[in-house]
Design a protein around this ligand. Structure first.
Ligand code: TTP
Length: 410
């Protein structure tokens, strides 16, 4: 069986982290999101087809031509937006067999795929969907069912409970016939949920499997922090490949990559993951649920908690980084602090595609893009974004978002 992985989206809700790369390439717990997808599909398939468009060269160069020894073929999305259009783009490579489809930006585990494949076979179905029960489906497609079959798919049905569509499917090549007939949706996309309704209208057997494991749709920055926390809490194995100097304390589980040096006086409380060739300390404090990439420098008197710091980035002197995401090649000046809590203890709102959205979190720090230089003694308000390729001068108080490519001085 082949797997079609959808990775052509622009990931606008994850700006500025997606300013220069597809969202599936963003690393959570030091691994690209799409790699978790491929890994969990791997036992069921012999080939991957990845549908690309936005910043495709970067993804292709990073992911390469194979995964776990199985070939990856890239196909460019046909003109037009939406998941149905993305699946249609893989049509020529599919042949006569059924195939799995998964969004490339979600996290799910093998058990879900196992259940999905067995439901599809047991029901001799034309299509199968992975679903999960949620109390509030306002952000989801609702899957209505009767016994073992799906009866309807309703987009964003409001604050009702029920089964949500998780973005993992099995189709027969017959789906392409219905994709061709799928109309443009209200948001201007060709959506696979509309295709499914056309299939149901035509009497096709669409079944489902209920997934009880962990799932995350990594659409917004705080979803990356949630997934990071889940992965470190549940998947991390204590492993020290670098050097931990005498006088440093490492409370397991902590993963430290080759070439990384943890200097004396550093205190690390796991779960924490640190990549290769990074310099940690002396005298810094790294608290649980922190991922630090390759070639990073976390220096003297720096505290980091519950954060993602991507490759080649530095918090070198007297910094506090809490509940934050820092992109690649970014440097924080001495004394720069992220605030992660409002004084009124309210939940933190973040601007997503021009609208304020409630993250639902009491603690959320900064979201800083790639290639950013932050000067000394900069204070960043909770939930604020600093766009990629920006320069924030010394002493600036970042109380509003900084667009990408900006120069901000006090
Ligand atoms: P979305 O998360 O709905 O879209 P997006 O990736 O463009 O993100 P945003 O809304 O933040 O801009 O996409 C769901 C999945 O489908 C995801 O894996 C990307 C993929 N996709 C495509 O491959 N092609 C497309 O045209 C669209 C819209 C999505």
């Amino acid at each position: 069986m082949k797997a079609v992985v959808l990775a052509a989206g622009k990931g606008e809700r994850l700006r500025p982290l997606t300013d220069d790369r597809p969202k599936v390439m963003l690393k959570v717990a030091n691994r690209a999101i799409i790699e978790y997808v491929l890994e969990n599909l791997d036992p069921f398939v012999d080939e991957f087809i990845v549908v690309v468009r936005y910043e495709k060269e970067k993804l292709m160069a990073t992911l390469g031509d194979e995964f776990n020894g199985k070939p990856i073929t890239y196909v460019e999305q046909l003109p037009g937006d939406g998941t149905a259009k993305a699946i249609e783009s893989a049509g020529k490579l599919i042949g006569d067999e059924e195939f799995i489809v998964a969004n490339g930006d979600i996290y799910f585990e093998i058990d879900g795929v196992k259940e999905l494949v067995s439901a599809f076979r047991r029901e001799r179905a034309d299509a199968a969907l992975l679903v999960k029960e949620f109390d509030d489906l306002s952000h989801f497609g609702k899957i209505e069912v009767k016994e073992n079959l799906v009866t309807a798919v309703k987009e964003k049905p409001g604050r009702v409970s029920g089964y949500a569509n998780l973005g993992v499917y099995i189709f027969k090549p017959d789906v392409f016939h219905f994709i061709k007939k799928t109309p443009l949706s209200k948001r201007g996309e060709y959506e696979i949920t509309d295709t499914l309704n056309l299939m149901l209208d035509a009497g096709r057997r669409v079944t489902y499997a209920v997934y009880s494991g962990y799932w995350n749709d990594v659409g917004r920055p705080w979803n990356m922090l949630e997934l990071n926390e889940y992965l470190l809490k549940n998947k991390l194995k204590h492993s020290i490949r670098g050097i931990v100097e005498e006088g440093a304390t490492v409370v397991p589980p902590v993963e430290i990559g080759e070439g990384t040096v943890v200097r004396s006086g550093t205190y690390i409380i796991g779960p924490v993951k640190i990549g290769r060739n990074s310099r940690i300390g002396p005298n810094c404090f790294i608290r649980p649920y922190t991922s630090i990439g390759d070639n990073c420098h976390i220096g003297n008197a720096v505290e980091v908690k519950n954060s993602i710091i991507m490759d080649n980035s530095n918090a070198p002197h007297l910094n506090y980084v809490g509940d934050s995401i820092i992109g690649e090649n970014t440097n924080l000046g001495a004394g720069t602090i992220t605030a992660n809590l409002r004084h009124d203890k309210g939940t933190i709102k973040v601007e997503i595609k021009g609208k304020l959205e409630d993250s639902g979190r009491r603690k959320l720090g900064a979201i800083i893009g790639h290639n950013v230089k932050v000067g000394i003694n900069v204070s960043i308000y909770p939930g604020r974004k600093i766009g990629s390729n920006s320069f924030v001068g010394p002493g600036v108080i970042v109380d509003r978002n900084v667009p990408s490519g900006s120069l901000v001085v006090a």
